[in-house]
Ligand binder design. Sequence first.
Ligand code: ADP
Length: 610
Amino acid sequence: MNSIETYKAVFDSNPDAIVIVDEVGAIVLVNHQATMIFGHTRDEMLGQKIEMLIPGQLRAKHVHQRQDYSRKPVPRTMGSGLDIYALRKDGTEFPVEISLSPILLKNKTLIASAIRDVSERKEREQMILANELKYQHTLDHMLEGVRILDNDLRYLYVNEACIAQSRTTRENLIGRTLMEVFPGFENSTLYPVFMTCLDTGESRFTETEFVFPDGHKGWFELSIQRVPEGLFILSIDITDRKQAEEKMKEQKAFTEAILNNIPADIAVFNKDHQYVFLNPKALKSEEMRTWLIGKDDFDYCALKGIDEGPARKRRELFNKAVKEGRDVEWVDEYPSDDGKTYILRRFHPFKEDGELKYVIGYGIDITRTKEAEARLKELYAEVQAANWELEEFAYMVSHDLQEPLRMVTGFMNLLKMETEGLLNESTSQYIHFASDGAVRMKNMIEDLLQYSRVGTTKEDLEDVDLDEVVSSVTHLLNHRIREFSAKVEVNELCTLKGIKPLLTQLFMNLLSNALKYHGEKPPEISIGCIEEKDHWLFYVKDNGIGIDEKFFDKIFVIFHRLHSRDSYTGTGVGLAISKKIVEKHGGRIWVESAPGKGSTFYFTISKNTQ
Ligand code: ADP
């Protein structure tokens, strides 16, 4: 091959299209690649103006540029920094890169253009750019805070979340170092972590509490990676989670403190009666407590080599609580140094959304209560015995006193008759006082006898029609009702189980008091009853003299009177008897009153009198 052919081969094999034009822009030479990228044959191009390869709208401008270049031809790239397009034969345009170089011949200057089709590269670049934009958009809008720092820990990039987490603005971050934004950062625990990552290139993952310049504290989860620019740091604000964890920890410690210090055995079981939790009161040894978790009482018995009887009993009670879905309670007795210890135990099925979750076992030492209860029982029996004896005594005394008293009054009367007209005035006065005293004593003894009988006599319960009872009482009191021009209103009463003679006496006492303790105006008395859940509530209301609040309790005490014998007759036993009658019927009695405002006596009678 001669040298001309060699040049031609080199020229044609050049990967760039080469188009050589003369001073007036006419194409004088093209290589093979030029025919390939423009789609023209050599013949079609040769002799034509170079503008044939340039898109129509740029042609006029190109002519000028070409002429400028011809005047001062130097090798250079064309349109540097601009996107240039060339025109194919089929009319399509494509991006090109062009380098120009003058070819200086003896008598003329040609210009060679090396044209490279950069469509593919442009496309690639475009794709990369689009991808970058896409990635940046993704970073910008990530929920995690993203920051890219240079080797001096200077912010190069921050996303929205990072700005929010940093509690500042983008302007305050970009271009500034961490130490400038957060003074004292170099003394924080994070600083050495960042520096090590920068030094070693090892990625780090850490959780840290960060204190902001304004004192605000936040918890962050950080993922730190070395990147060419410096550090790429992802952060998640976990303050809420940390606070919740902290709260839960506190709550747990609180609950544990209670469970560990409460003076009760507490054990929590799963559905299969296996231990889930035990407090130290239930089992002292921590080692044993840990061992027992997931095991049951039978495992414990086997380990300790003890009788399984109590464990079997507990299993039965456990199954009962689970089956019936309610608390099951029992008392365990243990021998102790000073007698016996009693533990009140309970299985409490604990459900969530209607499903059995756990069974909670409680155990409370009730030895003291048991002892107190026994003592109370003893005392009650003692008091009852004493009371009974006292009532017996009162009954016997009042009964036995009647006979000598009858003798006294009898002989006083004889004395009065025999001495009639023989004694002076003062001596017969003495006899009068003595017999009056004896009469009063007789009344008191009779009342006392009646009082003591309420407790001792055993009458049968019967259906008592109280309308009938009250009507017989008003009938008996008729003369006094008329004497005082009293009005007695009886609202409908009821029939109840009771002791008729006692209930008759009760109404008799209250009604006669209402008549006796009347004020200036004629007595107005109203009697009625109200049915309540397990008892009847009765009232006897009057418009009489009333009672001072400070005597409300005293008037029910035997022989207690508020008035002298001269103003109102009586022994002060009526209300004491009434109280006894009411209590015998499982009720209580009380008064509501104020001086001059009348009184209302209330009493209840149980519906379950036995
Ligand atoms: P007595 O009527 O024989 O004195 P009671 O036991 O029936 O005894 O009453 C005790 C006291 O309660 C009476 O002395 C009287 O002062 C007071 N009392 C009772 N009923 C009434 C009433 N309806 N109004 C005002 N005071 C009353």
